[in-house]
Design a protein around this ligand. Sequence first.
Ligand SMILES: Cc1cc2nc3c(=O)[nH]c(=O)nc-3n(C[C@H](O)[C@H](O)[C@H](O)COP(=O)(O)OP(=O)(O)OC[C@H]3O[C@@H](n4cnc5c(N)ncnc54)[C@H](O)[C@@H]3O)c2cc1C
Length: 414
Amino acid sequence: MTRGPQLLNYDVVVAGGGPAGSTVAALLAEYGHSVLLVERESVPRLHVGESLIPAANDVLSRLGMIDEMLASPFPKKYSVQFVTESGRESEPFYFDGFQSTGPGHTWQVIRSEFDRMLVDNARRRGATIMPETKLRAPDGPSGSFEQLDLCSSDGSAYRVATRVFVDATGQSALIGSTLGFKQVDPVLRNATVWSHFRGAHRDAGRDAGATIILNSREKKSWFWYIPLPDDVVSVGCTGALGYMFPGDGESAEQVFQQELDRCPPLQRRLAVAERIEPYRVTKDFSYKCRPGAGAGWVMVGDAYGFIDPVYSSGAFLALKSGEMAADTINAALISKDLSPERLGSWQATYDVGVENFRRLVYAFYDMDFNFGRFLARFPEHRGRVTDVLVGNVFKPDVELMFDDVSAELVEPGQ
Ligand SMILES: Cc1cc2nc3c(=O)[nH]c(=O)nc-3n(C[C@H](O)[C@H](O)[C@H](O)COP(=O)(O)OP(=O)(O)OC[C@H]3O[C@@H](n4cnc5c(N)ncnc54)[C@H](O)[C@@H]3O)c2cc1C
């Protein structure tokens, strides 16, 4: 006789143990709902996305995690600095003065460790955690997620009844992929090659933990330079997919080396460094999924959309969307209104902030746009640019710079 799946019942099931899923799970458990968080990998697990921005601190504060972050070995990030394609270094954009609360800096994190801390926090607040358990996509385009099938790595099967399903499956975008809701960003068809290095150059004092964004010659690609604990630096190179990988034959190492050869300021920083991880590649990661909510389900974090790595917005947006969704789901459960309109009611506000990031990302990739020239011409926008870099993207004031950003794009060289 074959045994059927074990039956479970939760108010909320969250799929995905990244920052978005852990935040939803922690806050909803704290509200008193029964919450199951399933993560297909073991916890901790490897992940790209190591640089936080200060606005993440607000959500971390609500999650009660600031003291844990302060006690962690994660380098403190006080600023971000840009190096142009000609090798000119901008003044660092320091964050202090742009945060009303918190320590005036944020952190560079080892994602396996950071995400484990978030999952542990959700567990402490009452969520049930099932690692190494995969949520199976429902068969057919039913759009119903009231009954979910889970499969653990030890072969156990579960069927869970739930009132609300939260898709926090990151770039897998379980609902978006299953129901055909994924819309790739036509402007940002990019690829990234990244690895970790030990013994690379570190700036002194409070610049030691800064993110540095370095353009390669002719702005064909850019590198992130993210200092991590134990003298390790994460370095990743991003450029147009068709430029980085024009055929089938390029190895990740070749592509990285080819771009490093075009970036002397990075060569100097890596001169005596040793690579300690394999090169990893990720491609075509910019998209959005619409609609973002349905009857009894809602998407958060990367499962709802991802812009681009350049301003390190992803983990913050995952945390923020998790927070906004949790408050909305709590109210929806209490009022017994689990309609798409109710569950997705936070997304219009959230989308405005995402759009502010996106418009400045488009400017970054535009060959005619130059931040130094823009700020020299419009010094009144310096605070607004910093607001975006910090993550204060929900301030109405931020939008005021985009007419002038657009003017720079259509009037190059003026
Ligand atoms: C090249 C690159 C560089 C980046 N750099 C940065 C950066 O410096 N700073 C930054 O803030 N962001 C960065 N990001 C973005 C950041 O990594 C993501 O935005 C962030 O991790 C999103 O969090 P999340 O919780 O939505 O998803 P994730 O962190 O991806 O978590 C999703 C989880 O869902 C699990 N999962 C998937 N499918 C299932 C399933 N069927 N069942 C159960 N579990 C499942 C996965 O295993 C995963 O653990 C970068 C992204 C890219 C592509």
